[in-house]
Design a protein around this ligand. Structure first.
Ligand code: NAD
Ligand code: ZN
Length: 367
């Protein structure tokens, strides 16, 4: 499938197809022209880097690669400095395309390096985690982490092309696949109850690696993201903020877990969505049945359905304190994504943090 991202002169296509990596040359040769491509990857995708290199060889496109350490720590000033120096040493020009092959860490870092290299060069995303395929590779948010928090330094910089090969997920650890799946289901919870029902029926097959289920879900999620980004590219009118469903609660849990492998981002988002639904139910905004349906789907998918399952035992006060430091905080209030039911998420600016604290205090804790 090909999903267009419509952003005027910054428009581009997202191509989703099993096996795409092995004939990526057909897509990349026209972009490369006579110039060699620079591919940036991390150590865990070395096999996919070799496959991509082979695909470029077969169409006569030259290529160089830069391989970085894996992990969130690479979204740093130090790695950015090293990467931009290497790109300059390789002679990358403004008209050239840098290829980001990897998960969200590589995509965010390479996207930001491309945004600032010689005041902006072109780049292509080839995402290799489910999270990056359905979320971070599309939409143009790029950046690194600051001492004060995650993703606080960055730029909007859209890729020229996104190539998604669901087959690369065969090498991704199951836990990472599940975490990415939380962001897939999120699109159903936001505004697409039919898609949530599809996830209930086909989620298990998807997680087991069924190629058809995987491809369908990725294409559906990318189309949803493309639609929302086209409506609100720079997150100014509130539409794009819907993508943060489960992220305010989730952020507090991630902060509590020290942004470590104790709780992956997608796991925190799953628990965060469950909490947003439970809070909405507890305050009469949505039905208890819908909140329970969401929690049940997370349990069926091996994802945490609340504080206890996420391994969080922190007092409510401390969790709310983490929320206060959220970058979405506006003039003392935190706009919350709440829901009237599955597929009926909305931005609520009238939530008192005290109310959230009381709700969290009543939630079961990890033993
Ligand atoms: P990641 O890039 O760290 O990848 C997770 C792990 O999987 C890493 O160890 C990586 O080396 C490994 N890996 C990647 N592909 C693999 C494969 N095919 N086989 C085996 N191992 C593989 O993390 P992620 O979950 O992809 O992305 C998280 C990052 O994305 C965070 O920094 C987050 O802030 C960012 N993000 C950005 C946006 C955005 O809009 N720009 C949206 C959501 C998340
Ligand atoms: Zn997320």
């Amino acid at each position: 499938a090909t999903v267009p991202v419509r952003l005027g002169e910054r428009s581009y296509d997202v191509v989703i197809e099993p096996g795409l990596l092995t004939h990526a040359g057909e897509w990349l040769a026209p972009l490369a022209g006579r110039r060699p491509l620079v591919i940036v990857a991390d150590v865990n995708v070395a096999d996919h880097l070799a496959a991509l290199g082979g695909a470029l060889d077969s169409v006569g496109v030259g290529h160089r690669s830069i391989v970085l350490p894996a992990g969130e720590a690479s979204k740093s000033w130090a790695t950015l400095e090293r990467l931009t120096d290497q790109l300059l040493a390789l002679g990358v020009e403004r008209g050239d395309h840098v290829v980001a092959l990897g998960g969200g860490v590589i995509g965010d870092l390479v996207g930001f390096a491309s945004a600032i290299l010689k005041r902006g060069c072109r780049f292509v995303q080839i995402p290799t985690t489910l999270l990056a395929q359905v979320d971070s590779s599309v939409g143009g948010k790029t950046g690194i982490n600051a001492r004060a928090g995650k993703n606080l330094i960055g730029a909007f910089h859209q890729p020229r092309l996104v190539l998604i090969d669901p087959d690369v997920l065969d090498t991704l650890p199951t836990r990472q696949v599940r975490a990415g799946y939380a962001e897939v289901v999120k699109y159903g919870l936001i505004d697409d109850a039919d898609f949530f029902a599809w996830c209930e029926r086909h989620g298990a097959a998807l997680l087991a690696g069924d190629p058809a289920a995987r491809t369908h879900a990725i294409a559906h999620a990318v189309a949803a993201k493309a639609r929302i980004v086209a409506e609100d590219e720079h997150e100014t009118n509130g539409r794009r903020a819907l993508l943060n469903l489960g992220h305010t609660f989730g952020h507090a849990l991630e902060a509590e877990a020290g942004f470590s492998d104790r709780l992956l981002h997608g796991e925190a988002v799953a628990a965060g969505c469950a909490l947003a639904f439970a809070f909405s139910a507890a305050t009469g905004r949505c039905s208890a049945a819908d909140a329970e349906r969401v929690a049940a789907h997370w349990r069926d998918s091996g994802l945490p359905d609340g504080l206890a399952a996420a391994g969080i035992d922190a007092p409510a006060e401390r969790l709310v304190e983490h929320m206060r430091h959220d970058k979405k905080m506006e003039a003392g209030t935190l706009p919350f994504l709440l829901t009237r039911g599955i597929g009926q998420t909305y931005l609520d600016r009238g939530v008192a943090l005290g109310e959230v604290e009381a709700f969290l205090a009543a939630q079961p804790r990890a033993a």
